[in-house]
Design a protein around this ligand. Structure first.
Ligand SMILES: [Zn+2]
Length: 385
């Protein structure tokens, strides 16, 4: 039972970090649904303890579950959606080897701590402290926990869009960008490439074979050269799989491409170029399959007004976050592209997302929690500027 008082919400950095640690210590790479669901269980318990109505549904296609948790506000009607993911890019075993939980001064390291278990836990803590202080959020608040953001939210996009459409605001506690909030995100496209060659004995009959790996190796620099980093267009081949035995000319090679584009024109042009790729060797077949897309999220007036409100709350706390459009994608792309006021990058400060240097800054825990709490307390109320 939550004890309601009449004080201002209280924030304790060590208490927030303890909660984050409990989520980070359960490894939850996207392709490990048991781990993702164990963290979903923890998030569900946190939300249920606040009196939220929770529902779980299967993510589908072997992914972990989607968790929704709904809290009442002082007013009815469309409210605030908090959107985040509990999957990470770090495989099981990372905690025991390359990225153990550790604190070094202001920096606290761990798999997924920055992207984005830290920010999402902090958002649950912020609403908890608001409720404990007896100050219900002004509008109803829905938390949506996603199990497969790191692979492009293939089975969850439609559900995110449908849920967001019933809300007035979307808050995304993804990592802050050098402290800044995110009011726009570039468009993302993923592609799957298959090269099919001709097998042969790599010792006895090498000349009869056509190597699918050789074909893919030649395609990679061609694909990455389609990028124009000065215009914000980048292409990267991040996955390659091929071959069976070293004495067999490889018949199959598979690769995945991530393309990032800052404008719709660049998106259309780049996608058309990738989809038109042809094999270099005439005896090898190359097929290109489009994967999940994150649409361009451009700042609209509603999003910029949401930023202004966040900035005025942050100024009272003692900082000015700033904002901008960035190349990293998130589920905020979906809601921002629909025109729903979306403020992203509300998570913690830190660095090293998707690397073994991933960390948050301890000093950002309380300011970010207070900013989120301020948004929950004021959005939709007459105190809104
Ligand atoms: Zn993320």
């Amino acid at each position: 039972m939550i004890r309601r008082g009449t004080n201002a919400p209280a924030f304790d950095a060590d208490e927030i970090l303890d909660g984050i640690r409990s989520w980070v210590m359960v490894e939850s790479p996207t392709n490990h649904p048991e781990g993702v669901n164990r963290v979903m269980d923890m998030a569900e318990a946190v939300m249920a303890a606040l009196g939220a109505r929770t529902t779980r549904e299967p993510g589908g296609e072997g992914y972990g579950d989607v968790l929704l948790a709904r809290l009442a506000g002082q007013a009815d009607g469309p409210g605030i959606m908090v959107l985040g993911h509990l999957d990470t890019v770090h495989g099981v075993g990372t905690l025991a080897t390359d990225l153990p939980w550790r604190r070094d001064g202001d920096r606290v390291f761990g798999p997924g701590i920055y992207d984005m278990k830290g920010g999402l836990y902090t958002a649950t803590y912020a609403i908890r402290q608001v409720i404990r202080a007896g100050a219900l959020p002004h509008l109803p608040v829905t938390f949506m926990f996603i199990p497969n953001e790191e692979v492009g939210s293939p089975t969850t996009r439609a559900r995110i869009e449908a849920e967001a459409s019933r809300h007035r605001y979307v808050l995304v506690p993804e990592p802050a960008k050098a402290g800044r909030l995110v009011t726009g995100r570039f468009a993302f496209a993923r592609f799957r490439l298959h090269a099919r060659g001709r097998p042969a004995h790599a010792g006895a009959t090498l000349a009869h074979g056509r190597s699918a790996i050789r074909e893919m190796a030649q395609q990679i620099p061609r694909i990455e050269a389609m990028g124009d980093p000065e215009r914000g267009i980048t292409l990267s081949v991040g996955v390659v799989q091929g071959g069976t035995f070293v004495n067999v000319v490889p018949m199959h090679c598979y690769a995945e491409v991530l393309a990032v584009m800052p404008t719709q024109a660049a998106f259309d042009e780049t996608c058309a170029r990738v989809l038109a790729l042809q094999s270099i060797s005439p005896d090898v077949t190359l097929t290109v399959e489009p994967g999940p897309v994150r649409p361009l999220f451009e700042p609209n007036d509603g999003t910029l007004a949401l930023y202004d409100q966040a900035e005025s709350i942050a100024r009272e706390i003692g900082f000015v976050p700033g904002h901008g459009s960035y190349g990293g994608g998130s589920d905020g792309n979906f809601t921002g592209a629909l025109g729903i006021p979306t403020l992203d990058g509300l998570g913690l400060c830190g660095d090293g997302a998707h690397t073994h240097d991933e960390h948050i800054l301890y000093s950002s825990l309380v300011p970010r929690a207070r900013l989120l709490a301020g948004l929950f307390q004021t959005l939709g109320s007459e105190h809104e500027p």
